[in-house]
Write a protein that binds this ligand. Structure first.
Ligand SMILES: [Zn+2]
Ligand SMILES: [Zn+2]
Length: 152
């Protein structure tokens, strides 16, 4: 299994993974999708579509925000990225697809990865859920990031 860091070390490896996943889902490999994917793999900032657009435009000046949106949705559909959605309708994207907890700043919306993960025993602490088969979890800690002030 390839982790974010081993994939990011080798852009050829990332491109190979992207091609295989796109093909398996009946999608074409494009320069735009590749650039969006490489950007996601190289950051742990959980960028918005606008953030991705701003960065990828540096390499592909002709790319549109709509294409970035569609590329992101394609990557999510192929299981190469995760979309984090929020109650205000905003969304962020994560190139890391294994289940992991996030911490989100209530002031600026920044999302960071939380080290560590919950094991089966911790999940069991949440109590039995008759009639429901748990497959995974999504956990979000909320608070204030260091830029916005933690001393309140
Ligand atoms: Zn903040
Ligand atoms: Zn994450």
């Amino acid at each position: 299994m390839l982790t974010r860091s081993t994939v990011a070390e080798s852009s050829a490896g990332a491109e190979h993974m992207l091609r295989e996943a796109l093909e398996a889902n009946g999608q074409r490999f494009t320069e735009q999708r590749s650039a969006v994917y490489r950007y996601l793999l190289g950051t742990d900032a959980h960028p918005t579509a606008d953030d991705v657009f701003t960065s990828v435009r540096g390499q592909l000046p002709d790319i549109s925000l709509a294409t970035v949106y569609k590329s992101l949705e394609t990557l999510v559909g192929c299981g190469l990225a995760v979309k984090l959605t929020y109650g205000d309708g905003s969304a962020r994207y994560d190139g890391r697809t294994d289940p992991h907890p996030h911490a989100r700043c209530l002031d600026c919306g920044a999302v960071i990865d939380v080290p560590g993960r919950l094991d089966g025993a911790a999940l069991a602490c949440l109590g039995p859920l008759p009639g429901f088969a748990v497959e995974s979890y999504r956990l979000e800690l909320v608070g204030h990031c260091e830029n916005c002030g933690t001393d309140r």
